[in-house]
Write a protein that binds this ligand. Sequence first.
Ligand code: HEC
Length: 145
Amino acid sequence: MQNQTKLNRKSSAFILGALTLSMAFVGAVHAADKPMGPPWDAPSSASSKKNPVSADKASLRKGKKLYKAACLPCHGATGKGNGAAAVALPIHPGNLTDSKRMSGQSDGAIFWKMSEGRGPMPPFKASFSDTDRWNILNYIRTLAK
Ligand code: HEC
């Protein structure tokens, strides 16, 4: 009887795992169908902030590493907003490869957005130093095509 319970618990854990995994795959494909959030503009005091970190090799390397760890789950490997976790979000994470949208925003504006977050997007000002957030910004800039 006890063995039976153990077996059931094991197999339901397996089923749950398989389900989560397949949802993640479906998410990677269908996250693009999510609606965009309402317009999100940074305050002008934030937008006018200058980027003090030059986008050299070391900065981009650090930024990429942090992006992969903290942003890729939602924003996806290429920045299209189709990360595996995006399926669970009510809105699209936004397309960081959209050069028109990205070039229309100053470094300061994007830095502010990643610092403050909004809705399902967490704020990162407490998790990463200013320098590391600028490193991430420098890396994000390379994603826009
Ligand atoms: C839990 C999922 C999630 C994670 C993790 C996440 N984001 Fe986001 N991000 C979002 C969502 C959702 C939005 C859209 C928010 C809105 O419109 O209200 C967004 C929006 C943005 C925007 C604004 C895009 C635009 O077009 O204005 C930027 C920039 C951004 N994220 C950068 C990052 C960076 C950098 C990281 C990692 C440090 C990160 N995000 C981590 C979900 C996430």
